[in-house]
Design a protein around this ligand. Structure first.
Ligand SMILES: O=C(O)CCC(=O)C(=O)O
Length: 259
């Protein structure tokens, strides 16, 4: 990848210590310009084609978004994005420890929708054990202003572990699980195409509805502690892999090409 002009990356593709500190303090950070114009166009075209062919396979069947998981296994262009070494190294620098891929997903909010992705944390959904804080790179493949469904974060909530999993279709559920979060500050981060946010698996977040006439195309790469073990709980990514509870999530299903 080549760095675009308007970027938070230095010439070596690294983020500043200031952004690392912001991620560690808040549990999320925006990194502008992780993709250049050529990459944006290449990955957007591949994402549009993939969506056209695979929309019916969405794990989410409601109006919140189309959710196509593990596209890296099936599309060689999107595989380049998911396994991108520069993004993986940025994620490792933010996390502060070695990471591997958990899974990727295309999250598409169709045009003219009134449906938000409601506040939730990610980590309670996952069948993981013995892990340090995972994180997601949410990469905008189109401009994502608030009215097209950018995300809002609750700073500092990465420390709020131990909650039950929350229903991302229910605007009240995270606050029912922890009423103290209801009055927490909220930070909404619009993204230009090619920008990215990183958020931790416990950071409370939501995404606004897409009220525009253009689909909101996001590619999300989720990174986990390289030592994460399988908890034994059911999950679409691990079901059918024949994993033993307590075994490490590693091998070709959970690669770390940036190592
Ligand atoms: O893009 C969305 O609508 C929600 C994204 C999200 O919850 C996530 O990436 O963890």
């Amino acid at each position: 990848m080549n760095a675009p002009a308007d970027t938070d990356l230095d010439a070596d593709g690294r983020v500043s210590q200031q952004l690392v500190d912001a991620y560690r303090q808040d549990g999320f950070v925006r990194v502008r310009g992780v993709l250049d114009q050529g990459e944006i166009e290449r990955f957007r075209a591949a994402a549009e084609d993939y969506l056209e062919t695979h929309r019916a396979e969405s794990l989410e069947t409601g109006a919140t978004f189309s959710q196509l998981v593990n596209v890296w296994r099936r599309d060689p262009t999107l595989r380049d994005l998911t396994l991108d070494r520069r993004l993986g190294r940025i994620a490792e620098r933010l996390a502060g420890f070695p990471l591997r891929l958990w899974h990727d997903q295309m999250l598409v909010k169709e045009p003219h929708s009134d449906t938000a992705t409601e506040f939730h944390q990610d980590r309670p959904y996952w069948p993981h054990a013995g892990d340090r804080l995972p994180l997601s790179a949410w990469i905008a493949l189109v401009d994502v202003p608030p009215e097209r469904g950018c995300m809002t974060f609750l700073p500092g909530t990465q420390h709020r572990t131990g909650l039950r999993s929350q229903d991302l279709h229910d605007a009240e559920d995270l606050f029912a699980a922890d009423p103290s979060l209801r009055w927490a500050p909220r930070v909404t981060l619009p993204l230009r195409a090619g920008d990215c946010t990183f958020h931790s698996g416990y950071t409370g977040h939501m995404a606004l509805p897409n009220r525009t006439g253009t689909a909101r195309l996001a590619h999300v790469t989720i990174y986990i502690d390289a030592d994460t073990a399988y908890s034994g709980a059911a999950h679409p990514v691990t079901d059918g892999l024949g994993l033993t509870p307590g075994s490490r999530l590693d091998g070709e299903d959970f690669p770390r090409p940036w190592a």
